[in-house]
Design a binder for this molecule. Structure first.
Ligand code: WT7
Length: 655
């Protein structure tokens, strides 16, 4: 990491906002002044941009930390804010979703149409017995029905748990069980990489074969969208086709007002243990910060922009910056089903050209893979509609930042590098376009109303020019309200480390430059970031030891040119297994195995079969040393190992 820091410190390029951009920018400098003068009053103003059926009188209640309540005596309906109010304001004909499927099929969905669809679906869900507070799992491709499903669940006061379509049946089952979902909404399949990737079979598998598991089945119905047209098995007692139920349902549904702290969704993310955490978000505070940040950071002008966030709704970025932020703001957005390189490597640039995308928000890993393909591909499309670019998910190296600006942004568009997390719910650190002079590689400044610090282990500020741990020092509206079913884990994971100060510990290392701007340095815990997706070393290790041949496993995140980090596994094979099976091909088999157990994103890049693992005298695996091996570096200090010779054995075995 130290070479990375040196490299970052040498970055001195600066980009001032253009006068033209600044003139019509949503954000201006006064936001900082207002927030600094009265933080809670500032957030109350932002919250009042939403429609409240019952206005709130109280802003933040922090009397029972770390459990915050925002706008608690106010009542609103999240879906009403994203739909009906735009129709009632006369904007029903505005396109909400310009959808394009991977094969090129297209659908435009207006705010009036989306509202109508969500009302019908709300009635269907109510008919299926979904009540306020019940959980509904979504396992869907990126199609308009996915957005409608999130909003319908929200509209009736139920709680959605979106599971990324790339997760395995096992991962889906674990999430369904943890949340106790009553209904699953899925599709037969969706288009990915030129073919239909089935989804319904994974749902069937997740819901079958539970004998002896001791876990009671909570799912009563599965609602299935027809998209892939692939053959699916049918359980007539349980399964319902969307097209049989939704169009026939009544389009009359009045949005009920719910208290601001009504749970809105659970989204699972990887932590430092093998068990994913169900991050819980609620309604009023979440929607306030989602809408505000989308407005000021993405500079959304709903009447004129075509906004595109490339994230899947299976991740927090898709929740906040595909569904809730842009729709609360009444924006028009592009929604794309497929992969960036199908059927050709210029697919995304073609979409930007054909749909006239103006604001584009994506991840550094995508930018780096486009850099590798070369500038000719994007340069053969007309990208002149773009006026603002954003980055999210992992640190963006200055080279990628500058390439993004020069090649995609015509050397002109501002770039916002946005730091946040599943837990923070919305953007926390970012430049404001039109206001901030930007620095390639730095996320820079906390947003107005957000208080962060970089501190040492004792919680003391490190000061400009030094590195430490990133903390949030004051509660914020879209903060997580807990971990589903596990308040102790919530406290331990985020609040225990700086309990005396009452700081939220984000798990990231960061450095302040001489101007006090923040440079993110990556995770400081056993969490990896692969292509902007969070993966837990423990979760992959436990999948590996679930294979009959594996006795022990250690997983590290090794730096990778394209994906940021890559999963590298070191495994010890059971001698009993080796007596009966060849070792050749086992590495590939284990890669495939992890893909099946968790999902293809978790598949290790490399699997090394070794005789031993480096452990301290107390038995803790020293991942730092394995990372040295995985990254081809000289192995660091081994003096705390129980057996100091083990690393030379491992290095030899890896070669
Ligand atoms: C982790 C959160 C936020 C949505 C996508 C990921 C890393 C995120 C940045 C950034 C440097 C970043 C952090 C963070 N991260 N954005 N702009 N610069 N690092 O959400 O899966 O909850 O992961 O992603 O390490 O802790 P997530």
């Amino acid at each position: 990491m130290s070479s990375q820091i040196d490299h970052l410190l040498n970055e001195t390029r600066r980009f001032a906002p253009s006068a033209a951009f600044a003139e019509s920018a949503v954000a201006d400098r006064s936001l900082y002044e207002r927030a600094a003068a009265d933080r809670e009053g500032f957030w109350a103003d932002q919250a009042r941009e939403l429609h409240w059926h019952t206005p709130f009188t109280q802003v933040l209640d922090w009397s029972n930390p770390p459990f915050a309540e925002w706008f608690a005596d106010g009542e609103l309906n999240v879906a009403y804010n994203c739909l009906d109010r735009h129709v009632e304001a006369g904007n029903g004909d505005r396109i909400a979703l310009r959808w394009e499927g991977e094969p090129g099929d297209q659908r435009n969905v207006t705010y009036a149409e989306l509202t109508d669809e969500v009302k019908r679906l709300s009635n269907v869900l109510l008919d299926l017995g979904v009540e306020r507070g019940d959980r509904v799992a979504l396992y869907l491709p990126m199609i308009p029905e996915a957005i409608a499903s999130m909003l319908a669940v929200a509209r009736i006061g139920a709680v959605h748990s979106v599971v990324f379509g790339g997760f395995s049946a096992d991962s889906l089952r674990a999430r369904i069980d943890d949340a106790g979902a009553k209904v699953v909404i899925t599709a037969d399949g969706g288009w990915r990489k030129g073919k239909v990737s089935p989804l319904k079979p994974a749902v069937d598998q997740a819901l079958s074969d539970r004998n002896g598991s001791g876990i009671q089945e909570t799912v009563e119905h599965v609602l299935v969208v027809k998209r892939g047209e692939n053959e699916v098995e049918w359980n007539a007692d349980r399964d319902i086709w969307w097209h049989d139920a939704v169009p026939q349902a009544s389009a009359e549904h009045e949005a009920e007002a719910f208290p601001a702290e009504t749970p809105l969704f659970i989204l699972y993310t990887s932590g430092t243990t093998g068990k994913p955490k169900g991050i819980l978000h609620t309604s009023g505070g979440y929607l306030t910060q989602a809408a505000f940040t989308n407005r000021v950071v993405h500079d959304v002008h709903p009447e004129t922009d075509v906004y595109w966030c490339t994230a899947d709704i299976g991740w927090i970025t898709g929740h906040t910056y595909v569904t809730y932020g842009p729709l609360a703001n009444g924006a028009t957005q592009l929604l794309y089903e497929g992969t960036p390189d199908t059927p050709h490597p210029g697919r995304w640039w073609e979409l930007i050209q054909n749909h006239g995308v103006t604001v584009f928000y994506t991840a550094p890993t995508a930018i780096r893979s486009f850099m590798k393909i070369g500038r000719d591909v994007p340069q053969s499309f007309d990208l002149s509609s773009l006026r603002l670019l954003g980055s999210v998910g992992e640190p963006i190296n200055p080279e990628a930042w500058v390439w993004y600006r020069e090649i995609i942004g015509a050397d002109e568009t501002p770039i916002v590098d946005t730091w946040w997390q599943t837990e923070t719910g919305a953007i926390m650190i970012s430049a404001l376009p039109g206001v901030t002079e930007t620095k390639p590689g730095s996320a820079q400044v906390p947003l107005p109303g957000i208080s962060i610090a970089v501190v040492d282990d004792a919680g003391e500020p490190v000061g400009n020019g030094s590195g430490g741990l990133l903390v949030v020092t004051e509660p914020w509206p879209s903060m997580l309200r807990g971990i589903w079913g596990d308040p102790d884990r919530y406290r331990e994971t985020y609040w225990e480390k700086f309990a005396e100060k009452g700081y939220y510990f984000a798990g990231d290392g960061a450095r302040l430059d001489d101007d006090g701007d923040v440079w993110l340095l990556g995770r400081v815990d056993d969490v990896m970031n692969v292509s902007g997706h969070r993966l837990s070393t423990a979760e992959i290790e436990s999948a590996l030891v679930g294979h009959e041949g594996v006795a022990e496993a250690a997983v590290v995140g090794a730096s990778d040119e394209t994906t940021g980090q890559a999963v590298v596994a070191f495994v010890i094979v059971k001698s009993r297994y080796l007596k009966q099976n060849p070792v050749e091909g086992l590495g590939d088999e284990l890669r495939k195995w992890v893909g099946e157990q968790i999902g293809p994103i978790a598949r290790p890049r490399d699997v090394y079969i070794v005789g031993e693992l480096p452990k301290t005298r107390s038995g803790k695996i020293m991942r730092r040393l394995l990372r040295d091996v995985a990254e081809g570096r000289e192995v660091g200090d081994t003096t705390t190992l129980a057996d100091t010779a083990v690393m030379s054995v491992i290095s030899a075995q890896v070669k």
